[in-house]
Design a protein around this ligand. Structure first.
Ligand SMILES: Cc1cc2nc3c(=O)[nH]c(=O)nc-3n(C[C@H](O)[C@H](O)[C@H](O)COP(=O)(O)OP(=O)(O)OC[C@H]3O[C@@H](n4cnc5c(N)ncnc54)[C@H](O)[C@@H]3O)c2cc1C
Length: 399
């Protein structure tokens, strides 16, 4: 079968690699370039027992703060667009204890398999791997620490292994005196996202996948015997099936192919990141998280990559430099030795957040498949999503 994958992000390329391994001819149509969406400057954490549904009870109780405080980790445009209002209404309805517990249970099998799924990507030729690491979290009060322990107990109850080791904040010279409590979770992992994406694209090409990097798909149809897609330059592409893996932009393509009802109703949860140097005396060599301000710090090529914020604005709206400043403002008092004046690689990526907070990796029709909506966790869940898509396509249409 000839399968067309739309989108060369983490999920699209994982799907392409597994489809090629299943013996399909695969073409990836990408509008800008590999990792042009949210798969380049993310934090790269693969932390199964700490991977939680975004729609958690009480998670956004400080909604009033996020409307009024421009530096809050969560940011909303004002006034809301009708589409965003609908998304938020559906999202808020998920924030019950019962629905949250159901999401934690539903996600457990994928999370238990996350490390192994990365191993299988290496077997398929990806010349990049997970870096196993201990994650350290710094808190400004004992309350945050309790929240982490509760979250770990939830994970343990669905079979996800992990322990919270309470440690002295002195464990990390990077922490300033404001950090009064700290904890570590061992045996987790992270990747260097840009390097991983390059290696993944290379593995796809080696497996025979044709990645076309200037194909902005603007329309398409599904017929009885195949699918057809047309890009902005008027070029057309025919195949036996299409996998829509275009991140938050997937909704538009799904509507083009199957009408409004096919939309997932995602919102772009835009996150920001940048690279900073740290004085070697204070440089963290393993990932660090500051839950109270929702900022993460990942070791990155002798420096650190700092990421955070969830800004609900249209995916293609210009990057807002004030969000980078807000991350710096939040981080500055909590750390030592970081140079926040000369930061580089300022980046914004639109997380594909679904209205119920869970991903969609499924058949939409006989020949259309979707793999999107991974929100905060598309790196962790991407390899497995690719495998599931390949299995679905092969089961439905043969090789
Ligand atoms: C700051 C930040 C930190 C994060 N940290 C983590 C983390 O630590 N761990 C984790 O697991 N996840 C993390 N994530 C989430 C993760 O980055 C995303 O879930 C993941 O990248 C989604 O991948 P994707 O392939 O679905 O979408 P994308 O990477 O957005 O890829 C979609 C691709 O489709 C292309 N496209 C769109 N429309 C079209 C079209 N019409 N025609 C052709 N091509 C099209 C785009 O150009 C893009 O390249 C983070 C995200 C952010 C923003």
């Amino acid at each position: 079968m000839h399968v067309i994958v739309v989108g060369a992000g983490f999920v699209g390329l994982s799907s392409a690699l597994h489809l090629a391994a299943d013996g399909h001819e695969v073409t990836v149509l990408e509008r800008t370039g590999v990792a042009a969406g949210s798969s380049w400057g993310n934090a790269g954490f693969v932390v199964p027992p700490m991977t939680k549904p975004l729609a958690a009870p009480g998670a956004w109780v400080n909604g009033f703060d996020m409307m009024l405080n421009k530096d809050a980790p969560l940011s909303m445009p004002q006034p809301f667009s009708p589409r965003l209002a609908l998304f938020l209404a559906k999202f808020a309805s998920q924030m019950t204890k019962k629905r949250y517990a159901a999401s934690v249970r539903a996600e457990a099998p994928a999370l238990k398999d996350a490390f192994a799924a990365f191993g299988r990507m290496e077997e398929l030729g990806v010349k990049a791997s997970l870096t196993r690491a201990t994650f350290t979290m710094g808190f400004e009060s004992a309350d945050g620490l309790e929240g982490l322990k509760t979250g770990m107990a939830e994970s343990n109850s669905v079979g996800l292994e992990g322990n919270v080791d309470v440690v002295s904040p002195e464990v990390l010279p990077f922490f300033s005196d404001k950090i009064t409590h700290a904890a570590q979770v061992r045996d987790q992992a992270y990747i260097d996202p840009p390097a991983y994406m390059e290696a993944l694209a290379e593995a796809c090409r080696t497996a025979g996948v044709n990645i076309i990097e200037d194909a902005d798909v603007v329309s398409g149809y599904e017929g009885d015997s195949g699918v057809g897609l047309v890009d902005r330059k008027g070029r057309s592409y025919g195949g036996d099936a299409v996998v829509v893996a275009a991140g938050v932009w997937s909704d538009d393509l799904l509507e083009t192919l199957h009408g409004k009802k096919a939309r997932i109703g995602m919102a772009a949860g835009r996150g920001y990141s940048f690279t900073a140097s740290v004085d070697p005396e204070f440089l963290p060599t393993e990932p660090v998280r500051f839950p109270s301000v929702s900022v993460v710090v990942t070791p990155y090529r002798g420096k650190v990559r700092v990421g955070g914020t969830m800004e609900f604005l249209p995916a293609d709206a210009p990057m807002n430099p004030a969000r980078i400043d807000s991350i710096k403002k939040a981080l500055r008092p909590l750390v030592r030795g970081i140079d926040l004046e000369n930061t580089t690689d300022h980046w914004m990526g639109p997380r594909p957040v679904s209205p119920d907070g869970s991903e969609r990796v499924e058949a939409v029709s006989q020949r259309t498949f979707v793999a999107s909506g991974h929100g905060m966790w598309g790196v962790t869940l991407g390899p497995r999503a690719g495998e599931i898509i390949a299995k679905l396509v092969t089961e439905r249409l043969g090789r």
